[in-house]
Design a protein around this ligand. Sequence first.
Ligand SMILES: Cc1cc2nc3c(=O)[nH]c(=O)nc-3n(C[C@H](O)[C@H](O)[C@H](O)COP(=O)(O)OP(=O)(O)OC[C@H]3O[C@@H](n4cnc5c(N)ncnc54)[C@H](O)[C@@H]3O)c2cc1C
Ligand SMILES: NC(=O)c1ccc[n+]([C@@H]2O[C@H](COP(=O)([O-])OP(=O)(O)OC[C@H]3O[C@@H](n4cnc5c(N)ncnc54)[C@H](OP(=O)(O)O)[C@@H]3O)[C@@H](O)[C@H]2O)c1
Length: 246
Amino acid sequence: MGSFHRGTLRAYLQRLCNSPFQFLYILIQYVLDLVLSPTPPPPDTTLDRPKIAIIGAGLTGVSSASHCVGHGFDVQIFEAGSRDSVGGIWAKVNNTSGLQIHSLMYRFHPSVRWNNGYPDRKAIVTEIEKLWKRYGLQEKTKFETPVEKVYKDELGRWIINDPSHGRFDGVIAAIGTCGDPKMGHIPGQERFQGPIYHSSDLDGREGDAKGKKVLVVGGGASAIEAMEFVEHAKAKKTYILARSEK
Ligand SMILES: Cc1cc2nc3c(=O)[nH]c(=O)nc-3n(C[C@H](O)[C@H](O)[C@H](O)COP(=O)(O)OP(=O)(O)OC[C@H]3O[C@@H](n4cnc5c(N)ncnc54)[C@H](O)[C@@H]3O)c2cc1C
Ligand SMILES: NC(=O)c1ccc[n+]([C@@H]2O[C@H](COP(=O)([O-])OP(=O)(O)OC[C@H]3O[C@@H](n4cnc5c(N)ncnc54)[C@H](OP(=O)(O)O)[C@@H]3O)[C@@H](O)[C@H]2O)c1
């Protein structure tokens, strides 16, 4: 047995002893993948079932496309962002974010495999990318193609933006709920001397917070993420402006 296999075996045995639930869950995920994941079609297969347009390459778009392709439907994914957008909102979360999703039960495809209790941004984006590649979706994704118009031709087939992309038998809108960041405005903020950042734009800002008094506006998950950032950046004092107790 090579050193890799010995190491892997040791890691599994350690996990079995230290976290029996996680160990069991890893086994369950293996079985779920084996039993429930549709088989990816071999490369260059002609998929002859109806053709579906999928709008968005986030977790929902990639998962929907994988299911469609796995069941013989051809797909075309339209993504407004660049290649870095595979994973949608999760691909845009701050690198500094230590936030994790609430549960390893958060699964968007039978092939998803979590190795740790609370999957973080990196684990989620990795799983989405794996899915995207496993079902050969690289060839079926058009980046930098924001969908602005969806309509039907005289035969009832869908056209996305204009006929140059072809005709489709169905459309799945997977455009997410978060949208682009929107900066609020506080009357008089122009007179404030320090920098003001949106919570989605904290990468590389540690220097601006170090030793400073920082105000975090809001009390949602993004605010928690900002508080964590401020703490790591070693701000002098942090104030939270939460207008409700939610
Ligand atoms: C930091 C963070 C943490 C979260 N944590 C959780 C959690 O713990 N649990 C939970 O359930 N949810 C959580 N969410 C909510 C999150 O919205 C979902 O988890 C999930 O990522 C949504 O995936 P989606 O594919 O539906 O949307 P998105 O990830 O938003 O992807 C939509 C994609 O569609 C593209 N798009 C949009 N409009 C167009 C258009 N007109 N044309 C072409 N492309 C377009 C976008 O560019 C984007 O890539 C979190 C969100 C954030 C920001
Ligand atoms: N799990 C994670 O790691 C994570 C991390 C980030 C985001 N997310 C998800 O992403 C989505 C968005 O989260 P979010 O935190 O960005 O937004 P959010 O949940 O809508 O929270 C926005 C916060 O800002 C406050 N607010 C809004 N406008 C304000 C104003 N004009 N003045 C003062 N306060 C104001 C809101 O107060 P009120 O409550 O009083 O309106 C609320 O506390 C959610 O689905 C969330 O679960 C998840």
